[in-house]
Design a protein around this ligand. Structure first.
Ligand SMILES: Cc1cc2nc3c(=O)[nH]c(=O)nc-3n(C[C@H](O)[C@H](O)[C@H](O)COP(=O)(O)OP(=O)(O)OC[C@H]3O[C@@H](n4cnc5c(N)ncnc54)[C@H](O)[C@@H]3O)c2cc1C
Length: 256
């Protein structure tokens, strides 16, 4: 196997190069939408108003909601009028999984390409993912960077840890046990990314998506459209799955 996609880059560079330049002037950072008002019987002439946390209002004809599933489920955004019961039921039929990643740089590469702390059988059977992997595999670098990822059930063991430091210590303990203390002796630096704690994300991805993506992505009043990884069907949980649902929403608007 080989790393064919990214050498010195990630999806972030792809976004910066191909998408951001076209939309940058339209982006409002740190501007959470708190209320969406729409006309449930507007026919062809639709109107929607998005109210944001800083007191501004954005008015348009259509909106594509690409927020994480949990944001819709936990009511961060108030809809006026409420979303129809069929949409609410469809959106409630999925679950955002907790997730975190830890990257650790070492002075030596003492680890294999891939290490499954729960063993192969349990890793395949368990409701989630937990693995160590060579994060610099196939990359154009001399740095030895080990990645650790835990999603869904395996991520729950970190739920009650107070800080990123506690998470890092716990991961290092696992590693020291596996590699006879070498990790602590060759440690250089680390970074923890705990998405479950990020206020407007609150998890990794929906893992299995919603039960009925077709129902959940149904536009409301010809005005509110939905997109996001949780609607991706077979591509659920992925960046490209999320992107495809965005394109589908735009196509639906253009042909409405
Ligand atoms: C550990 C881990 C590993 C992964 N590995 C891969 C991988 O290898 N390959 C892959 O393809 N995918 C991977 N993914 C999954 C991928 O990152 C996600 O599926 C994808 O980013 C989801 O995109 P999205 O646009 O649906 O949601 P997000 O990227 O979560 O975007 C939603 C946006 O909505 C914003 N938002 C929330 N609330 C509001 C509000 N009220 N008002 C305005 N904005 C709001 C959020 O701030 C956020 O910017 C991984 C994820 C994790 C956690």
């Amino acid at each position: 196997y080989s790393e064919a996609k990214f050498k010195r880059e990630t999806w972030h560079n792809y976004w910066k190069t191909y998408i951001l330049p076209k939309v940058e002037s339209q982006i409002h950072l740190n501007t959470m939408v708190t209320r969406i008002e729409y006309d449930s019987e507007s026919g062809q002439q639709t109107k929607v108003t998005l109210h944001t946390c800083d007191g501004r209002a954005f008015v348009g004809n259509k909106v594509i909601l690409a927020v994480p599933l949990i944001v819709l489920q936990e009511g961060d955004i108030r809809f006026v009028p409420s979303l129809p019961e069929t949409n609410r039921r469809a959106l409630s039929g999925g679950k955002m999984a907790p997730a975190l990643k830890v990257f650790i740089e070492f002075s030596e590469r003492f680890y294999p390409d891939l290490q499954l702390p729960r063993g192969l059988t349990k890793t395949m059977m368990v409701d989630g993912v937990e693995l160590f992997y060579d994060a610099a595999y196939g990359k154009d670098t001399r740095h030895n960077v080990l990645g650790y990822v835990a999603v869904a059930d395996p991520a729950k063991q970190y739920k009650h840890m107070a800080s990123d430091d506690d998470i890092f210590q716990s991961v290092m303990e696992k590693l020291d046990k596996m590699f006879d203390g070498k990790p602590s002796r060759t440690y250089i630096k680390h970074r923890v990314m705990h998405w479950t704690r990020v206020q407007h994300i609150r998890g990794g991805y929906s893992f299995y998506g919603v039960d009925s993506p077709r129902q959940a992505r149904k536009p409301v009043a010809n005005t509110i459209y939905f997109a996001g990884e949780y609607l991706g069907g077979e591509e659920t949980s992925t960046v490209h799955g999320a992107a495809l649902t965005g394109r589908a929403a735009v196509e639906a608007i253009c042909s409405s």
